[in-house]
Design a protein around this ligand. Sequence first.
Ligand code: SAM
Length: 443
Amino acid sequence: MTDNTTNIREVVLDVLLEVLENHNLSHIVLKQALEKYLFLERQDRAFITRCVEGTLEYRIQIDAVLDRFSKVKTAKMKPVIREILRMSVYQILYMERVPDSAVCNEAVKLAKKRKFQGLSGFVNGVLRTVSREKGKLVWKDASERYSIPRWMLSMWEEMYGKETSETIAASFLEERPLTVRFNESISPAEKTIGELRDQGITVEKSGTFPGIASIRGFDYLDRVCAFTEGKITVQDPSSSLAAQMASIAPGDFVLDVCGAPGGKAMHAADLLKGTGMVEARDVSGRKTDLIEENIMRCGFRNIRTNVWDATVLDPSMVEQADVVLADLPCSGLGIIGKKPDIKERMTRDEIKNLAKLQREILSVVTQYVKPGGTLVYSTCTITEEENEENADWIEKHLAFEKKRIADLLPEALKISCEENRIQLLPGLHPCDGFFISVFKKKK
Ligand SMILES: C[S@@+](CC[C@H](N)C(=O)[O-])C[C@H]1O[C@@H](n2cnc3c(N)ncnc32)[C@H](O)[C@@H]1O
């Protein structure tokens, strides 16, 4: 590490203040911070990432610990002090290589530097107590143990039972390598794997999902040649199934109505192997710019973008698409492992609102499917309202019939599907939580 360790912790503190106090999205704030501090050594950048992500993953558990040992409860603390304590408790409990005494000293320095001289003794006292008592900690319940809101656990318990609900929650705390999908139309997977290995990157092909591998041993994705050359796209294995389930045929016109940042749209373009056309839409130019970046990187010529609000009917598109990909905005509970701040933001009411928005969008975008064409409705969440109930609603209220998907799924997942749909569960399946349902438009 560089000598000035306090600066690294200041970066962590600033990111946490942005995310937990100002409610900005963690993956964006962290990415911006890492881009700003590109000059830092690799292990310092790794420390920042781990400390931010870990504090967010364990925030609920950390607050329970703090509330046990501090006279002032976390809810009543000054924001700067609250975040200094949270990130320090994470280091004490989960970063074995950092000595507790160093964590306490750095926290005290940080409090003083941020003009909380008068509270530095409090910070020191609380952290030294946590350090002393950490071996005796007992979690009150599964919510504390897995650091997950109680209401989420109860919801999953009602859906899948206690054991599965806890398996899902536990899986979010496991380390997850970055997974990529090979753009086979640009470069065959085996060739790309060789190039990645030549660059010193460890590649492990997925045993369950064809065309997917995990990669490790690099500092910054923008320095991985296979990535900058568009030979790979970052995608969770579960998401890679959405375009796969659409049975895209050469020459098809594929409309992705909520396309940013473009994972599934790039996959559709790749599956078309230079034929046909994908139109990837999203609600703002800022969003379609993200898709454009991916198009430029991959060099696909059979894909274009369009800024369009999916709740508004585009009369020129009615019955034009062979395939509509409706990968809609959702509560994101399946990807808490990657975006832990979803635990901070999501509520039962918000889930209801999202399920309503999804129906509003579906009632519009289903009109774009040609008779006999395919609709894929997917989300990266695990709630009945947004998934099964909306899939039932499509079948009941719109002119669609179920399309069987078992033959399209990887062997190991066939058992988990129900005719035209599959709910992937983290911890039970080797991927994020994800829901896919597939329909054919009646002629
Ligand atoms: C789950 S993400 C899509 C991910 C994308 N399909 C992929 O594979 O990379 C949902 C997207 O819906 C977009 N969105 C939200 N409301 C929308 C609307 N009314 N019209 C169009 N897009 C919308 C969001 O901006 C977001 O990019």
